[in-house]
Design a protein around this ligand. Structure first.
Ligand SMILES: [Zn+2]
Length: 142
């Protein structure tokens, strides 16, 4: 999985203008973003924008459009890849996936999510309300 973050870093490395520390920070930001995408993608609303915001200070102005393009492209590819990796009911670290919901008793639901939205069959209705809510958020942010 760290191949993904290193691939993003390699693509960006030649434009980093903040020296050795900048290189370390850009690599760390890429690792953070991919890791979060792998383990927490349902709550990671704008992976590309988040990573771009983290790395942008390390690049000169003229390189930033290219940096944004790279980040966007790679985060999209990473997301697709991670979705296919987790199709077997495990996350990218091999941990079993669990439904994102909680039971009536307030404990995490232990059922296996069967859909891409991360909910088990009995909690599918939650994905519906969530979709409505988050499209509202996007409108507000725009
Ligand atoms: Zn559930």
């Amino acid at each position: 999985m760290y191949q993904l973050s290193r691939a993003i870093y390699r693509e960006l490395a030649s434009d980093i203008a903040t020296g050795k520390r900048g290189h370390a920070e850009v690599l760390q930001a890429c690792e953070r973003a991919v890791e979060r995408l792998a383990t927490d993608r349902h709550y990671f609303a704008q992976p590309a924008r988040t990573l771009y915001r983290d790395v942008r200070p390390h690049f000169p102005l003229h390189a930033q459009a290219q940096v944004w393009a790279v980040v966007q492209q790679y985060m999209e590819v990473s997301d697709q890849l991670l979705i296919s990796l987790t199709a077997g009911g495990r996350d990218a670290f091999g941990n079993p996936l669990k439904c994102r919901s909680t039971t009536r008793r307030g404990t995490p639901c232990q059922r296996i999510p069967v859909h891409e939205n991360g909910y088990c069959p009995s909690h599918q209705h939650l994905a519906e309300t969530e979709r409505t809510k988050s499209s509202g958020d996007i409108r507000m942010a725009a």
